[in-house]
Design a protein around this ligand. Structure first.
Ligand code: SF4
Length: 357
């Protein structure tokens, strides 16, 4: 059992407080954050701009953990999927997505996911193990930035896990990503996505920072939504709509709706009319994500014609509509494909046991 305190578990303010108790000035916290959150140093004795006696003292009290990069697989489209090992031996995936002047990292917030959406490999193939701590979320961005030698401009919480089932750690990690003492990523460049956990939406509405909200909608028809997003039974569309409007009134920001296109399931005229009714009065952007298949999936990928037809029909609605071509499909890094599948190394059948595929 490690009796020392994890330096990466502290906010800047908490670290200033600890240093003050030791008789040290606040600028020491800036130096320490610079080492751990900008340079990625994990050996306290190498914090070379801090006097040796203080380094020794800090080393007695604190430790600096890191995520270990197990695999980095580059896709032909420029995105890179990373598999990280956590200190307890669990593994998670994160994806680097370059797009014009943006360098985005898609982070995981849980090991696996308890939601079990029927179009997503994470929940169906992996199940759920635990929530990530805030530092484990931020660390994904730091390690990718250091490994690739690039400054990360955007972060999306759309990897493994449902962010609002781990609200406190997710928001603490977003604050650290945003802090100019740590990764200094603009709040408006940080998007937290939820499948519709209503209490989390209300809490984020009251948060002072302008973090962006994305809602994974996938169907605006209650029965259909329940079929593919089981937690929709607990958080029905009627209540979800109220929460989303509350967020909009508090933040005055466009909300993005993710819509995974499942051909023959959620792309009929009736589905489009339901989307229109659900979004009426709400400045929104709808992001169409053509379904990305994975082993054992119940749905197939839409054809180019099906994608074009759905896209064209949605464009008749008074909302911004974008078509997201998921990156990284060839290395299983695209939306809904994160399930720690290493080609040829994992037999998915036992993992799928008990799931309704
Ligand atoms: S889509 Fe998101 S919430 Fe649904 S199972 Fe996958 S990771 Fe979980």
């Amino acid at each position: 059992m490690n009796e020392k305190t994890n330096l990466k578990s502290l906010s800047y303010r908490e670290l200033v407080g600890k240093l003050r108790d030791m008789g040290e000035k606040p600028y020491r916290a800036t130096q320490i954050f610079n080492w751990i959150w900008k340079k990625g140093e994990t050996d306290i004795m190498r914090f070379s701009d801090i006097k040796k006696s203080l380094r020794g003292q800090l080393n007695e009290m604190f430790f600096v953990p890191k995520l270990v990069e197990k695999e980095g697989v580059a896709s032909s489209d420029g995105s890179v999927k990373f598999i990280f090992e956590l200190p307890d031996g669990n593994e998670i995936e994160s994806v680097f997505i370059p797009d014009r002047d943006r360098r985005t990292v898609c982070v995981s917030t849980q090991v696996g996911c308890p939601i079990g959406c029927k179009f997503c490999a994470t929940g169906l193939l992996l199940g759920y193990k635990r929530n990530l701590e805030a530092w484990e979320i931020v660390e994904q961005v730091l390690r990718i930035s250091l490994a690739l030698g690039v400054r990360i401009s955007n972060v999306v919480y759309m990897g493994m896990g449902e962010p609002f089932l781990n609200y406190d750690a997710v928001v603490a990690s977003a604050e650290l990503l945003n802090s100019d003492h740590a990764l200094n990523i603009g709040a408006r460049k940080i998007t937290i996505s939820t499948v519709g956990i209503i209490p989390g939406i209300y809490r984020l509405s009251a948060h002072p920072k302008q973090f962006k909200l994305a809602i994974s909608l996938h169907s605006a028809i209650q029965e259909k939504r329940e079929e593919i997003v089981p937690i929709a039974r607990r958080y029905p569309l009627k209540e979800l709509k109220k929460a989303i409007f509350a967020y909009y009134h508090a933040k005055k920001r466009f909300i993005t709706f993710e819509y995974v296109l499942l051909p023959g399931f959620n792309d009929s005229d009736e589905d489009i009319e339901a989307i229109d009714r659900f979004l009426k009065g709400l400045p929104s952007k709808i992001n169409i994500i053509p379904f990305n298949p994975f082993p054992g999936a119940r749905f197939r990928a839409p054809t180019e014609e099906e994608i074009a037809c759905f896209h064209t029909k949605l464009l008749t609605l008074p909302y911004t509509v974008t078509l997201r071509r998921s990156k990284g499909q060839d290395v299983r890094a695209a939306c809904g494909q994160l399930a720690l599948l290493r080609e040829g190394k994992v037999d998915v059948k036992p993992l799928m046991k008990g799931h309704d595929l």
